[in-house]
Design a protein. Structure first.
Lengths: 111, 112
């Protein structure tokens, strides 16, 4: 049967602070990386992506950093707001393959 | 702009009954289409993907099947549901490899 009691890693931040969500990926051949935000009861929403020829990419209030040497990806959210509370997933894909999703991190923004 | 629709939003089915979940995409042509399942508190498990009409790749052997009868229509089916088929089913589309996948709002399936 399915395991029960699984808990996502949780990051708790105060409103207005910056958030950093980390992700370790496993496949050194991956050349495409992406972050999603998922609110309760909804499908994942695309936030930002990055290709392996870059190490940093910025969007509106978000920055993704890629360190290929240690196979690490991070998402930085500036001036975190209550609406940023959600589960965040990273995903990777090697060339020609579908996305492989991580297990997610729950972000909780407190007033 | 492109949109993706999934229905129904919630579904309660008895064990052994058939299943048909539908997903349609608007505003794009020849998309890659995907079906995922998400168990509570877990990541997304890829079930099927399709790069064109009638072309289906299965990632996980199980009692589910998928079909793509039209360019922008993707259907997830089962002849006989199991208790373990309960979960949150998500459809997604993308413009191709190494492009973002865009998700529908999912179907919450409960098997009794």
């Amino acid at each position: 049967g399915e395991s029960v009691g699984l808990h996502l890693p949780t990051l708790s931040v105060q409103e207005g602070d910056n958030s950093i969500i980390n992700c370790a990926y496993s496949n050194s051949a991956s050349d495409y990386f992406i972050w999603y935000k998922q609110e309760s009861g909804k499908g994942p929403q695309f936030i930002i992506d990055i290709r392996s020829n870059m190490d940093k990419r910025q969007g509106q209030r978000v920055t993704v950093l890629l360190n290929k040497t240690v196979k690490h990806l991070s998402l930085q959210i500036a001036a975190t707001q209550p609406g940023d509370s959600a589960v965040y997933f990273c995903a990777e894909s090697p060339p020609g393959y579908a996305l492989n999703f991580g297990k997610g991190t729950s972000l909780l923004v407190t007033p | 702009s492109q949109t993706i629709h999934q229905w129904p939003a919630t579904l309660v089915q008895p064990v052994g009954s058939p299943l048909s979940l539908e997903c349609t995409v608007e505003g794009t042509s020849n998309p890659n289409l995907y079906w995922y399942r998400q168990a509570a508190g877990r990541g997304l498990q890829l079930l099927f993907y399709s790069v064109g009409i009638g072309q289906i790749s299965s990632e996980v052997p199980q009692n589910l099947s998928a079909s793509r009868p039209q360019d922008r229509q993707f259907i997830l089916s089962s002849k006989k549901l199991l208790l373990s088929d309960s979960g949150f089913y998500l459809c997604a589309w993308s413009g191709g490899d190494n492009q973002p996948q865009h998700f529908g709002d999912g179907t919450r399936l409960s098997i009794l």
